[in-house]
Write a protein that binds this ligand. Sequence first.
Ligand code: OAD
Length: 242
Amino acid sequence: MNEIVIPVQLIEALKKAQRVAILTGAGISAESGIPTFRDQLTGLWAKYRPEELATSKGFQRNPRMVWEWYAARREKVHTVEPNAGHYALAELARKVPELTLATQNVDGLHQRAGSEGVIELHGNINRVKCFDEGLLVDSWNENQGIPPRCPRCGGFLRPDVVWFGEMLPDEVFEKAEYAAKKCDVFFSIGTSGQVEPAASLARIAHGIVITINLEVESLISPYRYNFNGKAGEILPLLVQKL
Ligand code: OAD
């Protein structure tokens, strides 16, 4: 592993920052054992077709397959733990006056690590809603087939995640956008920046932009800091220096 150097100017800027905004993606949960989407070998979208598993058309075509795929991912999420990257961001919130954390992840690991007020841009795999009515459902009869049925209307149940072609939940994106526009320091962590509108947050971000992922070229400049490396190694080092 290359030695990770956190530039002094960055630490100073973070110490002065009044508002910090963060966007995370699948990469922050990779060290917990959850596969990312676009890794060429291990990524979920390298093995499965997103239009079959992450669109309402795909669900209508094969609801059983889609339900079972998400049920398996939900099981996986329950067997893993937040990692040092998730914990470092929860700690960072205690060190700066205002912090807004928006995630594209549906695994709930930020919350389990102690982050509060997390903006879930793409929903949460632990919640279930009615495909027809869109209302959240807490419990259902397991004996009515797969997918289970909505206890209110009898429609199929589906995960409460945002599929391709669907709108983000009301006001959720506006909150993240506002935080990005108003912040002094913006972090883009573990995301390939290929999915809109989440990716646009890094482009509209005000102030210093820090990017951490395995693909970015390392860079240090007054307004941009790119770290090529693992969030679970870089973030704890950075937060410890504040
Ligand atoms: P991607 O799989 O597109 O990108 C993952 C990013 O994480 C890549 O840039 C990797 O370099 C980086 N990465 C991998 N391991 C890392 C580590 N240990 N530390 C830091 N970075 C690491 O995932 P997302 O950008 O999150 O949407 O994908 C965005 C959306 O596309 C997902 O929310 C999902 C997917 O389709 C929906 O399902 C709606």
